[in-house]
Design a protein around this ligand. Structure first.
Ligand SMILES: [Zn+2]
Length: 175
C-alpha cells in the first residue's frame, strides 16, 4: 500500500521531528478501518464507507436514513433504497488533477445545496476516510469553513486516519 500521512503529526514541519507515532518520517503504511459505518461531520452532513472494522456484512447498507447519498465507489448491494437520490461519481484514491478538481467542485456545490436545505446527506467511499473526506472537506469549504477547520472537522468525525492521502490534503490546502 502507498504511504499515507502519519495519523499523529500529519507531516506538519513543527510536529514531525518529535513525533512518536512515525519517528519523524511523517508517513505511515497502515490505515485501520473505522468502527462506525458513518459519522455526522456537521449537522446534516455524514461521512462513511462500505467497510467497517467488524466486517459485519450489513453494517454499511444504506436504506432510507438519508435524503441524498453520494457514492465515490460503485458497489452493488449497499443501497440506498429505491427513491432515495443517489449520485455515483467514481474518484480514484490518487492525485487530484484538473478533471477531478472540477468534479469535486460540482459535487461540493450539490452537497452544500442539500445541506443548506436541511436534507440529510451521506458521502461515502470504501473505508470512509480519504475520498469521502476529500468531498466532505471540499463541501465544508463551499459552506464557508476555512480549509484547516474543514480538515479538522473531518478527522474529528471519522478519526485520525481520515484525510491522510497527502495529495488530497495538498489539494485542499491549495484552495
Ligand atoms: Zn508523525
Amino acid at each position: 500500500m502507498r504511504a499515507v500521512l502519519c495519523h499523529a503529526c500529519y507531516a506538519e514541519p513543527d510536529a514531525m521531528p518529535d513525533c512518536a507515532a512515525c519517528h519523524g518520517s511523517g508517513r505511515a503504511t497502515r490505515m485501520p478501518l473505522c468502527d462506525d459505518p458513518w459519522n455526522e461531520v456537521v449537522p446534516g452532513l455524514w461521512q462513511g464507507g462500505h467497510d467497517v472494522r467488524s466486517h459485519r456484512r450489513f453494517a454499511c447498507v444504506v436504506t432510507d436514513q438519508f435524503d441524498l447519498v453520494v457514492s465515490l465507489v460503485d458497489r452493488g448491494g449497499y443501497g440506498p433504497d429505491e427513491g432515495v437520490e443517489h449520485h455515483v461519481f467514481r474518484i480514484a484514491d490518487a492525485v487530484v488533477d484538473t478533471l477531478v478538481a472540477e468534479r469535486l467542485q460540482e459535487l461540493a456545490t450539490v452537497v452544500a445545496a442539500a445541506v443548506r436545505e436541511d436534507r440529510r446527506v451521506l458521502v461515502r467511499c470504501s473505508g470512509g476516510l480519504n475520498r469521502s473526506g476529500l468531498v466532505v472537506a471540499r463541501t465544508l469549504v463551499e459552506l464557508g469553513h476555512p480549509v484547516s477547520e474543514a480538515v479538522d472537522l473531518v478527522r474529528a468525525a471519522r478519526g485520525p486516519w481520515a484525510l491522510t492521502n497527502p495529495m488530497f490534503v495538498a489539494h485542499l490546502k491549495s484552495l
